[in-house]
Each structure stands twice: as structure tokens, then as C-alpha cells.
Design a protein around this ligand. Structure first.
Ligand code: NAD
Ligand code: UDP
Length: 414
């Protein structure tokens, strides 16, 4: 927090950030990062605040908190709250994370999904554009849909060619399934809001950055059904598999777990987001001295607006696994961190129709091309899949194991 300098070596000017969806998984990590490593103020907008409570509570007597007065929570639903515009007007930068973004909802609640990801985001874009405020909008890697290679026969040699599967921001097409496959309602809504943001930039000069996260995972992601979320709820795969491991039940592999994903550690990904904020305003010396120094030299010679007008893939191409492999690694790591023996039957197959219902479909493979983020921000992920699962499953066990033990004991007694 000390030694904060701008690109010319002068003390930096703190800014105010309106963060919509600040109470969610990514928002909670981003708030933490901004509070501990920058002097900025955050107007945290969400309908929930459980995941950022530790930042909002008054410090215990005698304990200084670096961020006292720098984070304010505003409980509001952006669907229907007129306070939104004034919060955006009060801020220098708006970051929009608010969304319905759990695949189990895309085909079962397609209207809510489309409204949340497109209609509800419209006023945010409009207020930013009309008030000349910078916008960082969170989209998704799902806008790429399926790979070109997925349409070739399984053993076709071209499937191994990067051109047929690597996803590039400025080249790859967006390939979705038919309308009946309502899984794509989310991707389609996200694509249209991306196009709108891009067009506002082109026609009205909106300063924007679009982020396409590729399966960011880590502590505080989603919920554990029956503990801090609905018993029948279906979160994303990390929480589904954590829930199975905590309850000592087999991990469910949808359609055989053949789909491939690349997973990036939330703490690595947040570094990338910080660079998108930082490069316009300041470089924090506390982030990482070598990186700071390299970037500072680079920025002294070049235009500092390196994140503006760009769409960024943010993922870790080195952490690719099939969902089946993910289940196997999580089973092994969970057993190591808890000392519990692995299950005799660690996985079972389940059809997508039974697990998600009608209208589900899947992305086959997601390898992010890293050229643009590398060139513009000099960012690279660091954490291996094994290491990120080690720390995440240690957290899951510490946070939830006791609550689940109590719940199971109660059921047993009934
Ligand atoms: P999350 O569900 O944990 O967070 C979203 C937050 O937005 C929640 O706290 C929710 O309460 C809030 N929100 C939703 N609608 C709102 C409304 N109308 N008014 C106020 N608050 C509202 O999800 P996340 O993983 O943190 O994702 C954040 C963003 O990143 C989303 O836009 C998502 O589509 C995108 N994304 C994330 C990933 C990932 O790997 N985590 C992958 C692709 C895209
Ligand atoms: N999946 C699975 N079992 C589960 C939950 C998810 O096999 O209990 C699969 C899902 O079908 C998809 C992948 O895991 O192929 C990743 O799912 P996630 O919900 O994390 O979201 P996505 O990456 O599809 O956006």
C-alpha cells in the first residue's frame, strides 16, 4: 500500500469503482484485492453480501484495517433500482459482474438467464456511455460455443490442429447449437451484450474492456447444496464435485465426463483484472516488483490505455483436463488434504438429460489463446491445476465438513 506511484513516478490518484455483482465469487476476490493492494474506493452493489462480510465488518478494537471507509455495500437489484445511475455517476469506473451464470439455469430458466445477462446489463452500458464512464464488462468464454473441430469425425487428424480448437478473441467464430438447445441462451445473451458494448465504443466513444473468463475456480465459488444454498440447487462443477466429496458420494460425470475444460486459479485471474484497472490509472508497487518495473518501463514508452477497447481471454491453457480427469484429480487431492480414504466407487455416469434436464448441450473444449492479454498486459497464469485444487479443497473441507457432518447426524437420528 505504500509507494503507490503513477506511470510517471508520481503518487497515484485513488479512484472510485462501482462494482456490480461484488458479492459473488469473482467480486469477493476482486474487492479483497482492491482493498489490500490499492487505495481505491469500492461501491459494492449486490443483492447479497455474505462473501464480502469480512470486508464490511468493523475492525476489532486495536486492529487497524487498511480499508475502513473504502468499501460501501449497496444492497440493490439492478433490475429495478433507480439508485444505479447515481452510483455509476459517482464512480470513475464501473465493473459489471452481475449475472445468472450457472449452467443448470440456462436451459431450465432461459428467460431469467436472458434477462439477467442482456436486458439487465443494458442500463449499465447506457449509463456508462451517457456519462463518459469507463466500463469493464464481464462476459464469458462460452461466447465461443463449440470448437470448429467438434464438427469433424472423432478421429480426424485436423482435430489436433490448433486452428481447429484454440479460441482467439479477434478470429474465432461463435458457434452455438439450435434454439431448442436452450443451454445457449446464456452464451447468446452474453454475445449480444458484448456486441452492444463494442458498438458503444465504436459509435459513441465508450471506454470499455470485455473480460472472457475461462473457468475461474477457487474458494467461495457458488454454494454447497443444503449448507449455504438450496438442497436441490446445481452449482458449477467445482462445487458439485466438492459437495460429492464432502458427503462421500460418487462424483457424477455428465455424459461420461468427456468435455474438456481449462481451469485457472481465481487469484491468478484477479491479477489480470487488476492490471486492466491499474494500467489506466497506476501501477501498484506492492503487486510484484519485477512485474511493476517491467510494465512501468513499457508504459513510459507506450500508450497507457492498454486495456481499453479490448476483449481479453483470461484462462490457463496449461491446465486442461477432461471432466473425468478433473473428478479423478479432485478425489485424489481431497483424500490427501483430509486423510480420508478415497471412495471405492469414486464416479458414476449420468446423462445430461437426467442431470440438467431437456435442452442441455455442452462446449466440447476451451483453450484460450493468450496472445492479446500477453501483449497488452504482460499477464500469465502461474498456478497448476494440482496446486489450485490443493488450496481450494483444503478451504472447502475447513469451511463445510463440520456443517455436513452435523446435517448427516441429524438425518440419521430422524
Ligand atoms: P456469481 O454468481 O458468484 O456472482 C454474480 C453476482 O451478481 C452474485 O453475487 C449475484 O447476487 C449478483 N447479481 C446477479 N444479478 C443481480 C442483480 N440483478 N442485481 C444485483 N446483483 C446481482 O458469479 P461469478 O462466478 O462471480 O461471475 C461473475 C461474472 O463473470 C458473471 O458475469 C459471469 O457470467 C462471468 N463468468 C464467470 C466465470 C467463472 O469462471 N467464474 C466464467 C465465465 C463467465
Ligand atoms: N459437470 C459434470 N458433473 C457435475 C457438474 C458439471 O460432469 O456434477 C460437467 C458439465 O456437464 C460440463 C463441465 O462439468 O461439461 C463444466 O461444468 P460447469 O458447470 O463448471 O460449467 P461450464 O464450464 O460448462 O460453463
Amino acid at each position: 500500500m505504500d509507494n503507490r506511484l503513477d506511470l510517471d513516478g508520481k503518487p497515484i490518484k485513488p479512484i472510485t469503482i462501482c462494482m456490480i455483482g461484488a458479492g459473488g465469487f469473482i467480486g469477493s476476490h476482486l474487492c479483497e484485492k482492491l482493498m489490500t493492494e490499492t487505495p481505491h474506493t469500492v461501491l459494492a452493489v449486490d443483492v447479497y453480501n455474505d462473501k464480502i462480510k469480512h470486508l464490511l465488518e468493523q475492525p476489532a478494537a486495536g486492529q487497524p484495517h487498511l480499508w475502513v471507509g473504502r468499501i460501501q455495500f449497496h444492497r440493490l437489484n439492478i433490475k429495478n433500482d433507480s439508485r444505479l445511475e447515481s452510483l455509476i455517476k459517482m464512480s470513475d469506473l464501473t465493473i459489471n459482474l452481475a449475472a445468472i451464470c450457472t449452467p443448470a439455469d440456462y436451459n431450465t430458466r432461459p428467460l431469467d438467464t436472458i434477462y439477467s445477462n442482456f436486458i439487465d446489463a443494458l442500463p449499465v452500458v447506457r449509463y456508462c456511455s451517457e456519462n463518459s464512464k469507463r466500463l469493464i464488462h464481464f462476459s464469458t468464454c462460452e461466447v465461443y460455443g463449440k470448437t470448429i473441430g467438434s464438427f469433424l469425425p472423432k478421429d480426424h487428424p485436423l482435430r489436433k490442429e490448433p486452428d481447429f480448437y484454440v479460441l482467439k478473441e479477434d478470429e474465432s467464430p461463435c458457434i452455438f447449437g439450435p434454439i431448442e438447445k436452450q443451454r445457449w441462451s446464456y452464451a447468446c445473451a452474453k454475445q449480444l451484450i458484448e456486441r452492444l458494448v463494442f458498438a458503444e465504443g465504436a459509435e459513441n466513444g465508450l471506454d470499455f474492456t470485455i473480460v472472457r473468463p475461462f473457468n475461474w475456480i477457487g474458494p467461495r465459488m457458488d454454494f454447497i447444496p443444503g449448507v449455504d444454498g438450496p438442497s436441490e440447487g446445481v452449482p458449477r462443477v467445482l462445487a458439485c464435485f466438492s459437495n460429492n466429496l464432502l458427503r462421500r458420494e460418487p462424483l457424477k460425470l455428465v455424459d461420461g465426463g468427456q468435455s474438456q475444460r481449462t481451469f485457472v486459479y481465481i487469484k491468478d485471474a484477479i491479477e489480470a483484472v487488476l492490471l486492466m484497472i491499474v494500467c489506466l490509472y497506476f501501477l501498484s508497487r506492492s503487486t510484484n516488483f519485477c512485474l511493476w518495473h517491467t510494465l512501468r518501463l513499457m508504459f513510459l514508452q507506450e500508450n497507457p490505455d492498454r486495456a481499453n477497447g479490448h476483449i481479453f481471454n483470461v484462462g490457463n491453457p496449461d491446465n486442461e483436463v477432461t471432466v473425468r480427469q478433473l473428478a479423478e484429480i479432485m478425489t485424489e487431492v481431497y483424500s490427501k488434504v483430509t486423510g480420508e480414504p478415497p471412495l471405492e466407487v469414486p464416479t458414476i455416469d449420468i446423462s445430461s438429460e437426467v442431470f440438467y434436464g431437456e435442452g442441455y448441450d455442452d462446449s466440447d473444449k476451451r483453450i484460450p489463446d493468450m496472445t492479446i492479454i500477453n501483449r497488452q498486459l504482460g499477464w500469465n497464469p502461474k498456478t497448476s491445476l494440482h496446486d489450485l485444487l490443493d488450496s481450494t479443497l483444503t478451504y472447502q473441507h475447513k469451511t463445510y465438513a463440520e456443517a455436513i457432518r452435523k446435517e448427516q447426524k441429524k438425518h440419521y437420528l430422524i
